[in-house]
Design a binder for this molecule. Structure first.
Ligand SMILES: Cc1cc2nc3c(=O)[nH]c(=O)nc-3n(C[C@H](O)[C@H](O)[C@H](O)COP(=O)(O)OP(=O)(O)OC[C@H]3O[C@@H](n4cnc5c(N)ncnc54)[C@H](O)[C@@H]3O)c2cc1C
Length: 537
């Protein structure tokens, strides 16, 4: 098989802690250097928290796993300074098409609106994504200590800290931390060490992944077939990735023998049936996967916090795995910083679990529904599925029922205890608990974007009327005041439209760019109360 990608080999180095035999206490250790652990490390560094990342391996993700990254995680990586190269290398797309046999039955556009900095989706091989995150982490060498071939082998909760035993090529040594962030993937060792509950559903189906290198003129759209003539009674998904690598997923059914299916003599005929006898391609990667939808009961076990696949696992339909894991980090990092600095009580860490368990349930529900539609497990559900597909060809009402994987979007924390409820009506989706929509702005005579101006601090965004203060201090936590019309310009009127702004309208925005509260007028007392509420004080 041809591999267009050269896997990096990151160097193992024995640490000073191990050499000296002295147990050193760190504020934060991250177990696992996959996409979520690396993003966690970057966000810690961004907030000035020194962090040690322990990874049992010394390269990036091998083979073909995640492909599609959504707008919100791209916005988070943009905040951390690494989205540009992902977007440059990746394939930008927003249109998906669903076929039944050879007929187009449904088509969707994930971002019909203009004026967003980042695209609805990019496709990029997971190995590139991780390589870029590692490279960015190296830029923070003063704060991020990335240790390869460091396997976490035991974890003990000591009440006010965690002790962690680590195995390296030089033997076993011990470290301590105030908080351990377990980002060690779906088979998390840390979860097993703490006997963490991880429950859900396993699906009885198998999919073949074939990554092929070819020059093809399919448009850069997501194409999904139900029951295509080249793979009858099953489904097929096609995505373009970087370097002319195309990812094709063939549903195989539960009875398929994974070892047989992976053999080139079995894969190549499937590909030729789909692409045509004359299309030239080379196989880059072949594997067979099964999937599960499950989550931990809580993402906080005392001083150990779970994020990414260690905390929740979804089927790949809808591209929700890494996309939601990055949002775990976005939710956690600012809370951790304020708790470490003594500016918020530990209850704020509990709100991480509260909000992200809620998001995980939303992802699990969507992922399970998609999986049930794509892989019906009874003749009755197959008949329902086929009726929906048939009707959707001619009738609008049936189209929203077609479910080839609802693609990842952020979950609003509608019932979060950190939200201050509205007192007055708003005609905008930006309700408390919702992530802020981006908008083009002008600032200091330059074009820019609202999310970049918000950054990762508490911000009060006020429309038009200058309250006469540049910032507030709420018990040692600074809250910046940003006046639209004075500090930033609403270049295309998108802030007004997206946030239902009127003169005086005031939004309180959390450091993860979620709305905490909003009012029709600036009121320092109300803002102070809402900040305290968002900090669990
Ligand atoms: C077929 C397929 C398609 C997918 N498609 C998408 C998609 O399109 N979009 C999307 O967002 N997601 C997708 N996903 C999901 C995505 O791959 C995962 O959600 C993502 O990799 C999770 O990242 P993570 O960092 O939590 O875990 P992992 O990527 O599993 O990383 C865990 C890391 O921890 C290390 N580790 C493990 N144990 C230890 C230990 N004891 N000590 C130290 N280190 C340890 C591992 O070496 C690894 O580096 C897909 C997954 C599959 C299988």
């Amino acid at each position: 098989m041809l591999s267009t990608y050269e896997y990096p080999e990151f160097p193992y180095r024995q640490s000073e802690d191990q050499k000296s035999g002295k147990v050193v206490r760190r504020p934060v250790i991250v177990a696992g250097g996959g996409p979520i652990g690396l993003t966690m490390a970057l966000d810690c560094a961004h907030k000035g928290i020194p962090v040690v990342v322990l990874d049992d391996n010394n390269t990036v993700s091998v083979g073909s796993r995640a492909v599609c990254y959504a707008k919100r995680p791209l916005e988070i990586w943009d905040r951390l300074g690494c989205a540009a190269e992902m977007v440059d290398k990746g394939i930008v797309w927003q249109v998906g098409k669903v076929f039944r046999e050879e007929d187009l039955v449904y088509q969707f556009d994930l971002l019909p609106e203009e004026d967003h900095k980042l695209p609805a989706f990019i496709n990029l091989q997971q190995y590139y994504l991780e390589e870029y995150l590692v490279r960015r982490a190296a830029d923070h060498g003063d704060l991020i200590d990335l240790r390869w071939k460091h396997k976490v082998i035991s974890v003990h909760d000591q009440g006010d800290h965690v002790s962690v035993q680590v195995e390296t090529p030089d033997g076993v040594f011990e470290m301590e931390c105030d908080w351990l962030i377990a980002c060690d993937g779906a088979n998390s060792d840390v979860r097993k060490m703490l006997k963490g509950a991880f429950r859900g559903q396993f699906f009885q189906d198998r999919f073949l992944i074939a990554d092929v290198v070819m020059k093809a003129d399919f448009p850069t759209e997501r194409w999904f077939w139900f029951d295509p003539p080249f793979h009858p009674r099953q489904s097929v998904l096609l995505h373009k990735q970087a370097d002319d690598v195309w990812r094709i997923d063939f549903q195989l059914g539960w009875d398929a023998d994974p070892e047989e299916e992976k053999k080139p003599e079995n894969v190549i005929p499937r590909l030729k049936a789909m692409l045509g006898e004359d299309t030239a391609f080379e196989l880059e990667w072949v594997s067979v996967y099964q999937f599960a939808c499950r989550r931990m009961d809580t993402f906080r076990y005392s001083r150990v916090l779970f994020a990414g696949d260690s905390a929740h696992q979804v089927s790949p339909f809808g591209a929700r795995g890494a996309n939601t894991g990055v949002q775990d980090v976005d939710n956690l990092a600012w809370k951790l910083k304020l708790v470490l600095d003594g500016k918020a009580p530990e209850a704020l860490i509990d709100s991480y679990s509260e909000e992200r368990v809620f998001a995980a349930d939303d992802n699990l529900l969507n992922s399970t529904r998609s999986t049930d539609f794509i892989t019906p497990k009874s003749e009755a559900s197959r008949a329902f599925r086929n009726a929906v597909l048939e009707l959707s060809h001619d009738f609008d009402f049936a189209r929203p029922l077609v479910n080839s994987g609802r693609l990842s979007t952020p979950t609003p924390y509608v019932n979060s205890s950190l939200n201050t409820p509205d007192e007055e009506p708003f005609h905008s989706a930006m309700a408390p608990g919702t992530n802020c929509a981006d908008a083009p702005i002008g600032r200091d005579g330059e074009d820019g974007w609202l999310l970049n101006a918000l950054g990762d601090r508490f911000v009060v965004l006020v429309q038009g009327e200058d309250p006469g203060v540049e910032s507030l201090d709420v018990g040692g936590v600074p809250v910046a005041v940003l006046v639209v019309g004075k500090d930033i310009d609403d270049a295309h009127g998108r802030i007004e439209a997206r946030y239902d702004m009127r003169p005086g309208t005031t939004y309180l925005i959390r450091p993860d760019q979620y709305v905490a509260a909003r009012w029709r007028a600036f009121d320092a007392e109300k803002i102070t109360a809402a900040v305290n509420r968002a900090l669990c004080r």
